[in-house]
Design a binder for this molecule. Structure first.
Ligand SMILES: Cc1ncc(C[n+]2csc(CCOP(=O)(O)OP(=O)(O)O)c2C)c(N)n1
Ligand SMILES: [Mg+2]
Length: 329
């Protein structure tokens, strides 16, 4: 059993992610956030359950849906919000936006607009850690759609051959944009004949497990075993987490490919609701305490919005600094 402080910290991180995403959804609709935004609401148990096993010196690689990973790693939400607003005070000085938030200080190697691109980054970082002889690990978050990208398949292969300390976390939120890519179906499979990613990992010689991605403690326990294995130098593992995103693929998605009933069905097993019920049932917290925690998270997000709105835009003269471009090209 985890200590109460740890459990409550996990709860806090989950509600902070939810509050952040709900607020961004609202702000985007008001036209305050430029660029593309993909929200993580509904998937909080995956990021928090996995990342709660990490320690200083560990790394993660992320996806285009990276806010939850950032918050669970401890990236400052004021900087994140300012980044979304394109302001100078943003995590990446307002030049990256939602899909490129990176904060090396806390081991967050970057969200990524290229589906599957986190795989090679994770393998490279893990090779460096192994070379240095540390017991640190790398978590590679990637979606169900990303599992058919060559970059991910090659990363699985290399990590297995070189016995690298990588934990591949599949966030199977049922959809790759509008396509149900991996859900077992009587219809002709559209993208893979494997019944699950977990099953396919066996072909790479990588131990894998399918996890209830709505249950943060189930994710925590599965990730714990995988992280310990990696720390012992026994190589990579794969966790196939079944989860769901509440908002569209991107903000503005008309969502014609799924029904309101389907979303409502998943909301009955909301990861925050399930964890809340568990904490109350086990006498770890009262309803009031959990409500206080939620209010604290909402207030923090409001402060972050105020900070972002008050912040200046980057100077035009800085257009070519901190970016990989050749102004003379
Ligand atoms: C290499 C590449 N191909 C295609 C795209 C367009 N694209 C963006 S997100 C996405 C689907 C990703 O699905 P999944 O991996 O399941 O992640 P989810 O959005 O469900 O979290 C696609 C095809 C891209 N960004 N990069
Ligand atoms: Mg998906």
């Amino acid at each position: 059993m985890l200590p109460p402080e740890k459990l409550l910290d996990m709860y806090y991180k989950m509600v902070l992610i939810r509050a952040f995403e709900d607020k961004v959804h609202e702000l985007f609709a008001q036209g305050k956030i430029p660029g593309f935004v993909h929200l993580y609401a509904g998937e909080e148990a995956v990021a928090v359950g996995v990342i709660s096993n990490l320690k200083k010196g560990d790394y993660i690689t992320s996806t285009h849906r990276g806010h939850g990973h950032c918050i669970a790693m401890g990236v400052d939400i004021k900087g994140m919000m300012a980044e979304l607003f394109g302001r100078k005070t943003g995590t990446c000085k307002g030049k990256g936006g939602s899909m490129h938030i990176a904060d090396f200080e806390v081991g967050m190697l970057g969200a990524n607009g290229i589906v599957g691109a986190g795989g090679p980054l994770a393998v490279g970082a893990a090779l460096a850690l192994k070379y240095k002889g540390t017991d640190n690990v790398v978590v590679c978050f990637a979606g169900d759609g990303a599992q058919n990208q060559g970059a991910i398949l090659e990363s699985l292969n290399l990590a297995a051959i070189w016995k690298l300390p990588v934990i591949f976390v599949v966030e199977d939120n049922q959809y790759a944009i509008s396509l149900r890519s991996l859900t077992p179906s009587k219809l002709q499979p559209r993208t893979s004949t494997a019944r699950s990613v977990a099953e396919r990992a066996v072909g790479f010689g990588i131990p894998s497990v399918t996890v209830d991605g709505q249950d943060v403690l189930a994710v925590y326990e599965a990730a714990k075993a995988a992280v310990e294995r990696a720390r012992r130098g026994e190589g990579p593992s794969l966790l196939d987490c079944k989860t769901y995103r509440y908002y569209g693929h991107f903000e503005g998605d008309p969502m014609v490919y799924r029904s309101v009933e389907e979303i409502e069905e998943w909301r009955k097993r909301d990861p925050i609701l399930l964890f809340k019920q568990r904490l109350i049932r086990d006498g770890i917290a009262t309803e009031e305490l959990l409500e206080d925690i939620r209010r604290r998270a909402v207030k923090e997000v409001e402060d972050a919005v105020e900070f972002a709105e008050r912040s200046p835009y980057p100077e035009p003269s800085e257009a070519y600094t901190d970016v990989f471009t050749d102004p003379y090209y």
